[in-house]
Design a protein around this ligand. Structure first.
Ligand SMILES: C[S@@+](CC[C@H](N)C(=O)[O-])C[C@H]1O[C@@H](n2cnc3c(N)ncnc32)[C@H](O)[C@@H]1O
Length: 214
């Protein structure tokens, strides 16, 4: 499974201990990606949790440290901005949109939580509320799917990404992020063969993941 690890970005510092491998959200994150665990009760619990967190999310979570891995992925991870369609899954209150939305043709922010969408402060072209386990988009419709601290629904990412598309995976506190998957698990979870380029930046990590056979 080819994973190319680049040197740490300038200024990288590991996150302080926060959510180790036994954190309940870490366990759910693994189960969703690798075992397909997702049902109505999990969905409701996650939606309620993030609805509750939404009003304070930007103040607590949308900051330059969070932007650093996204910026570094664009610089070193081979993401061409400009005339592309990008889908951000679990877009929250717009941490990713603030960094990228003005540089690309179409930016779609997608989130399960109505309150997160209501509090989204980014300049985005469109916002869609829904469940990333059943994406309301046709096959092969996005050049980039971005997940910042978001659960991975591998079959849906594979379905909506164009053949030469890129999954941009970001954990802004690296392996201390509650919703974290190591890059080798991201690659393992996706159907078929994929390659990744990864690096540490800010206090976190990014990976650009692409199909091996084009
Ligand atoms: C940890 S927050 C990250 C928010 C944002 N990406 C950020 O970094 O600030 C996870 C987000 O994923 C959303 N989410 C969780 N499960 C989802 C699903 N199945 N479909 C769409 N969004 C989901 C939550 O509502 C929440 O906004």
């Amino acid at each position: 499974m080819p994973i190319d690890t680049l040197p740490d970005a300038a200024g990288y510092r590991p996150a302080d201990p926060f959510a180790g491998p036994d954190h309940p959200i870490r366990i759910i994150t693994r189960e969703i990606a690798l075992e397909g665990r997702w049902d109505i009760s999990v969905r409701q619990r996650i939606a309620d949790t993030f609805d509750r967190l939404a009003p304070d999310w930007s103040e607590d979570h949308v900051n330059p440290t969070k932007a650093a891995p996204v910026r570094d992925a664009v610089e070193r991870g081979g993401i061409e901005l400009g005339d592309i369609r990008l889908l951000e899954l679990g877009s929250g209150t717009g941490a990713g949109g603030k960094v990228l939305a003005t540089f690309i043709t179409e930016y779609v922010a997608f989130d399960l939580s109505a309150e997160m969408i209501r509090n989204d402060q980014a300049l985005q072209t469109s916002q869609v509320r829904g469940d990333a386990s059943v994406l309301p988009f046709v096959d092969d419709s996005f050049d980039v799917v971005m997940c910042i601290n978001m659960f991975l629904f591998p079959d849906q990412v594979d379905r909506v990404l164009r053949p030469n598309g890129t999954l941009l995976w970001v954990n802004t506190m690296g392996d201390q992020t509650p919703i974290h998957l190591p890059v080798h698990d991201v690659v393992k979870a996706l159907p078929g063969e994929w390659n990744a380029v990864t690096a540490n930046a800010g206090t976190g990590l990014w990976a650009t993941v692409r199909r091996a056979a084009l």
